[in-house]
Design a binder for this molecule. Structure first.
Ligand code: NAD
Length: 270
C-alpha cells in the first residue's frame, strides 16, 4: 500500500456509509487502527458493524463507536472508545454531514439548525476533542511527523453558492475558515489541519443527482472530467493528507471534484 498509516489510530465520523465508509476501509488498508463512528440507531449500528467486519476480515483493526457528533457528551464518549481500545488518537476525519434542502422562505429553524449542528458544530466538537487528545499524549511530536492530524470533509459548496441548500453551503463555508483558523493556531504544536472538498460523489446523500439517466446527464455538464466521483476518489486523498508524505501541508483545501470548481460553463462548446 502506497500510503503508510501503520501504528496510527484514526477516528472517522459517519463511517457507516458513503465517503466515511470508504475512508475507514482505505485507512485500515494503509495500516491504521480505525474507530468507525455511526449514529446511535439500529440501522447505522448494523452498517457500522459491517464496515468493522470488512476491516477485520482483511486483517486490519477496527471498532465501532455510536455517537451523535452534534452532542457534546456523545463526542466525549466517542474519544473514550478510541482511548480505551487503542490508547491513542493520531488522526480525526470529520466526515459526518447532512443535507436538509428547502427554499429559504420555507426553511424551518429546525432544518437550519440540524445542518449547522452536524456539519459545523459537530466538526468543532470533534476537532476540539481531538486536539485535547493530541495534547494529552505521553510523547507528543515524533521526530518525523506531526503530533496529530485533522481532516475536515468539506464540499465544493464551501466556495460554490447553492440555491435551496443555504444551510448546507453556510455550514461548509464555515468549515473552510474553521479549518484555516485551527491550522494557523495549531501549526506551532505540530498539529496539521486540512480539508478535502468533494464534488459530486456517488453516495446516498445525493442519490437524486445521479440515480436516473436524466439526472446523471445534467450532473455531468457540471464536471469537466466527465465522470461522477466515487467514494474511493475521496478516501485516497484523505489517506494521503493523514500520512506523513504530506507533512508540510497544513491549512489547505484539496478539491476532489473532477474540475467542478473550474467554472465549466466558461469552457464553451470547444
Ligand atoms: P452519507 O449520507 O452516505 O454519509 C453521511 C454519514 O454521516 C452517514 O453515515 C450519517 O449517518 C452520518 N451522520 C449524519 N449526521 C450524523 C451525526 N449527527 N452524528 C454521527 N454521524 C452522522 O453521505 P456522504 O456523501 O458519504 O457524506 C459524507 C460527507 O461528505 C458529508 O460531510 C457531506 O457533506 C460530504 N460531501 C459529500 C458529497 C457527495 O457528493 N456525496 C459532496 C461534497 C461533500
Amino acid at each position: 500500500h502506497a500510503v503508510d498509516l501503520s501504528g496510527r489510530v484514526a477516528i472517522v465520523t459517519g463511517a457507516n456509509s458513503g465517503i466515511g465508509r470508504s475512508i475507514a476501509l482505505e485507512m485500515a488498508a494503509a495500516g491504521a487502527r480505525v474507530v468507525v463512528n455511526h449514529r446511535p440507531n439500529e440501522d447505522a449500528e448494523r452498517r457500522g458493524a459491517d464496515v468493522v467486519q470488512a476491516i477485520l476480515r482483511a486483517g486490519g483493526q477496527a471498532v465501532t463507536a455510536a455517537a451523535d457528533i452534534s452532542r457534546e457528551e456523545d463526542v466525549e464518549g466517542l474519544f473514550r472508545v478510541a482511548l480505551d481500545h487503542f490508547q491513542n488518537v493520531d488522526i480525526l476525519v470529520n466526515n459526518a454531514g447532512i443535507e436538509r434542502p428547502a427554499a429559504i422562505q420555507d426553511m424551518t429553524l429546525a432544518q437550519w439548525q440540524a445542518v449547522i449542528d452536524t456539519n459545523l458544530t459537530g466538526q468543532f466538537l470533534c476537532a476540539r476533542a481531538a486536539v485535547r487528545a493530541f495534547l494529552n499524549r505521553a510523547s507528543p511530536a515524533s521526530a518525523d511527523g506531526a503530533a496529530g492530524k485533522i481532516i475536515f470533509i468539506s464540499s465544493v459548496h464551501e466556495v460554490i453558492p447553492w440555491a435551496f441548500q443555504a444551510n448546507y453551503a453556510a455550514s461548509k463555508g464555515g468549515v473552510s475558515l474553521l479549518m484555516q483558523s485551527l491550522a494557523q493556531e495549531l501549526a506551532p504544536l505540530k498539529i496539521r489541519v486540512n480539508s478535502v472538498a468533494p464534488g459530486a460523489i456517488r453516495t446516498p446523500i445525493n442519490a437524486p443527482a445521479w440515480n436516473t439517466p436524466e439526472s446523471m446527464a445534467s450532473l455531468l455538464k457540471l464536471i469537466p472530467y466527465g465522470r461522477i466521483g466515487e467514494p474511493e476518489d475521496v478516501a485516497r486523498a484523505v489517506a494521503w493528507l493523514a500520512c506523513d508524505d504530506s507533512d508540510y501541508v497544513t491549512g489547505s483545501t484539496l478539491f476532489v471534484d473532477g474540475g467542478m470548481t473550474l467554472y465549466p460553463a466558461f469552457r464553451g462548446a470547444g
